[in-house]
Design a protein around this ligand. Structure first.
Ligand code: COA
Length: 282
């Protein structure tokens, strides 16, 4: 189920709109505040790993934000320590190939809708953001991350998998190509301070509400900018990676499915899952 809570006017609550969805519970909470800013909160415990159901809900929530003509959107997490652990590894380990295809197509949809959105976007990163978590936040236009022991980055090579070109493009739109190559090849996970230094994040926040306020500060800048000029500028700057994936969408799906069929990739995933479980058991 997908829940849209809206607050309008002077704090007056609208009755919740509840829509039937394929998943069992609301994995995404979407609220619109008095300033017309949509807050999208990922809430799939324990670590917001992106499985098919969560991706579907993010996708419909992005449609909802676009339809409601919100002033902007802030993406955040209900977990106090994890923004998102990235792609759900169990979607890739010994997968059902039909589901794997739908999983990857839905991830592409989410990226098109988020990276290419007309509305302004910001991420309040209130915890770890590895891999897909980093991708989601980089797809936004602004990032405020809570300081401390959290890390952010694209670590796919550490799992024996290759980040697709559009993940790489998204990183190259955020930090320099040189930094992106170094980070991608070494599976670099940036500390919050390191992320700020290279521009992977824009600000360090003291806690989640400070991160949201900082994102709101960014969105507020658009009060003075004509919306059409803003959105066309964003689209032009993001045009090349979007066109590239549109052109190669099917090939990208086949490449992903090909990776999953590779025994070496399956072996790496198995070892990684075991390492995660051992770490969690300590
Ligand atoms: C995000 C992270 C830093 C959080 O650390 P943490 O708060 O200590 O949480 P844990 O590592 O104990 O994970 C909690 C549970 O989520 C599972 N989990 C973590 N990341 C997951 C993922 N990406 N997919 C599926 N399950 C995942 C763990 O196996 C563990 O499961 P268990 O409770 O059944 O043992 C850590 O889980 C992590 O690094 N995850 C892997 C991220 C990653 O490499 N993603 C790449 C995917 S391509």
């Amino acid at each position: 189920m997908f829940l849209l809570r809206r607050t309008v006017g002077h704090g007056r609550q609208l009755a919740p709109t509840v829509r039937a969805m394929s998943s069992k519970g609301p994995l995404v909470d979407l609220t619109v505040d008095n300033d017309g800013v949509a807050i999208m909160t990922l809430q799939r415990p324990p670590v917001n790993s992106l499985n098919l159901e969560l991706l579907k809900e993010i996708s419909s929530s992005l449609d909802e934000v676009a339809k409601n003509k919100s002033k902007g959107m802030i993406l955040t997490s209900s977990s106090p320590t994890v923004f998102s652990a990235g792609l759900d590894i169990m979607e890739m380990y010994k997968p059902d190939m039909k589901r794997a295809e739908e999983f990857w197509t839905t991830l592409q949809d989410v990226w098109f809708k988020l990276f290419g959105s007309n509305f302004a976007t910001a991420a309040a990163i209130n915890g770890h953001a590895p891999a897909g978590g980093c991708l989601l936040s980089m797809s936004c236009e602004y990032r405020a991350m809570v300081g401390g022991k959290f890390t952010i980055g694209l670590n796919e090579t550490a799992l024996g998998i290759v980040a697709p070109k559009w993940f790489m493009d998204t990183m190259c739109q955020t930090i320099s190509v040189r930094e992106a190559e170094y980070a991608l090849t070494t599976a670099r996970m940036f500390t919050v301070d390191e992320a700020l230094k290279v521009g992977l994040i824009d600000e360090i926040a003291s806690d989640k509400s400070d991160a949201i306020n900082k994102c709101k500060g960014f969105l507020k800048k658009f009060d003075r900018i004509p919306p059409l000029a803003r959105s066309l500028t964003k689209q032009k700057i993001r045009d090349a990676p979007i066109k590239n994936l549109q052109k190669n969408r099917q090939a990208d799906v086949q490449e992903f499915l090909g990776f999953l069929k590779n025994p070496k990739v399956q072996q790496s995933l198995e070892m990684y899952i075991q390492a995660l479980k051992q770490k969690a058991a300590k």
